[in-house]
Design a binder for this molecule. Structure first.
Ligand SMILES: [Zn+2]
Length: 448
């Protein structure tokens, strides 16, 4: 039965050129998604909040403070290193943060806890990063003493990483995935900035970075909304790091809604919703929220493609609050407020997206739209991806006023002419791998 389904999948969508292909769940990814367990997310979170505070300046202590929590996460990662088929290594990347007179008053050692699932293709240097932040805080940003359980902010993001490593470490992907619990988010995105700088200096081929910060709370404060069926993805439109040349190209092509981070956001919405039921992913056309920042931003500043995943509704009684009860309201980011079904779904979005990305070939190269003459059709051209094998390509099309790609055309050639004017639609091209996994979409440059 399964074989027939797989066969149909290969015959049907790919033999009908220029039609919308049926997009199926890949069984390998579906199985991993089904493996995500609310019970295991809960037990990791109980472990994480047991260290009292994970404030970045709460350094020492075997059973309390951020270093003990880092060791706990490292031990979880290490426990998967022996898994069958294991290609996993884990470490803490320590660094010293110099006193800055703001949120770090004396030189402080911090560390990012990293699990690296090495790709199986030695010629494929692509890296994907998924993050959460291990540090937590209470009302006073400098208070490293009082309990700061940080169950949702950002224990939820960190336990999602552990659960993904548990499941994904037994699988093989041609490209490398790094799962990282960064430190120093609340003190100024310090751990993420350290990693982003390192990736830039060491010339990593970092294709995409996904920051998970608060993905386990479904109850809003003030508006009393309870909703575990929507997830936000924040992405920059005009890139934070944009050269003059990039800006000129953006203006010439009206690509202000087609940055690489926006393409990643669309990809997350499409693939996330493909694999996760009862979840709508909302595209937020902004880098982050008012008054708040996130660990994707240092990556954006370094010119990488990076987005933030965040719950739909925030609870300000719980974020960055001293634990207390006032006028019947229980303040503080305690574990009792976590919605594990919501956290499971949001973890599943990450897993499905990363698995699909790391399975897919890299993007098609030199993607262009021919503007050598006036025409009511559109000719797109590209070259094969640098990594992996593309069995074909999707040309994506949407109205210039639409948020998501609306039509897909499939070809096995390196160009395609469509009977739609390039003046009236936006296009992009994705490479499609043997099993159907798509690369990120590439917005074309004008070519002659
Ligand atoms: Zn946070």
């Amino acid at each position: 039965m399964k074989k027939i389904a797989v066969l149909l999948f290969f015959l049907f969508p790919f033999s009908n050129k220029a039609q919308v292909p049926a997009v199926h769940r890949m069984p390998a990814i579906e199985t991993m998604v089904e493996d995500i367990s609310k019970g295991s997310l809960e037990s990791y979170l109980e472990g994480l909040v047991s260290f009292g505070t994970r404030h970045s300046l709460s350094q020492d202590g075997e059973t309390r403070g951020i270093e003990a929590a880092r060791q706990y996460v490292l031990q979880q990662f290490q426990s998967f290193e022996n898994a069958e088929n294991g290609r996993l290594t884990s470490e803490i990347d320590y660094f010293t943060v110099e006193a800055n007179g703001r949120r770090v008053l004396e030189d402080t050692r911090m560390g990012n806890v990293m699990a690296t699932l090495k790709g199986t293709d030695p010629s494929d240097d692509r890296v994907f990063i998924v993050s959460g932040h291990i540090d937590s805080r209470v009302s006073d940003i400098m208070n490293a003493e009082d309990d700061a359980p940080g169950a949702n902010d950002d224990g939820s993001g960190v336990v999602a990483l552990i659960e993904m490593v548990r499941i994904m470490c037994r699988k093989s992907f041609p490209a490398t995935i790094i799962f990282v619990a960064v430190s120093g988010e609340e003190q100024g995105l310090i751990g993420a900035a350290h990693l982003a700088r390192r990736a830039r200096e060491e010339n990593w081929n970092l294709v995409a970075m996904i920051n998970n910060d608060m993905i386990g709370n479904s109850a809003s404060s003030g508006t009393e909304i309870r909703n575990n069926t929507q997830l936000r993805v924040f992405s920059e439109g005009v890139p934070l790091m944009e050269t003059e040349e990039m800006a000129a190209l953006r203006r010439a092509t009206n690509a202000e809604n087609d940055s690489k981070s926006r393409q990643l956001a669309r990809y997350i919405k499409e693939v996330g919703q493909r694999y996760v039921d009862q979840l709508e992913i909302k595209l937020l056309y902004r880098n982050d929220r008012f008054l708040r920042g996130g660990d994707h931003t240092p990556f954006s500043r370094e010119g990488f493609t990076a987005v933030r995943l965040c719950e739909m509704n925030e609870n300000y009684y719980q974020q960055h609050q001293d634990l207390r009860t006032e006028e019947g309201i229980r303040y503080g980011d305690v574990i009792e407020h976590i919605d594990y079904e919501y956290l499971r779904k949001n973890t599943a979005v990450n897993l499905a997206v990363l698995a699909n990305l790391a399975t897919a070939p890299s993007v098609p190269e030199a993607v262009g739209v021919d503007i050598s003459g006036l025409s009511n059709s559109s000719l797109l051209r590209w070259q094969a991806p640098e990594h992996g094998i593309a069995r074909g390509y999707y040309i994506l099309m949407r109205e210039t006023s639409s948020a998501m790609w609306e039509r897909k055309f499939y070809t096995e050639d390196l160009e395609m002419e469509l009977p739609y004017s390039k003046d009236n639609y936006f296009f992009a091209v994705q490479a499609v791998g043997e099993q159907g996994a798509e690369s990120l979409a590439v917005f074309p440059r004008p070519v002659r």
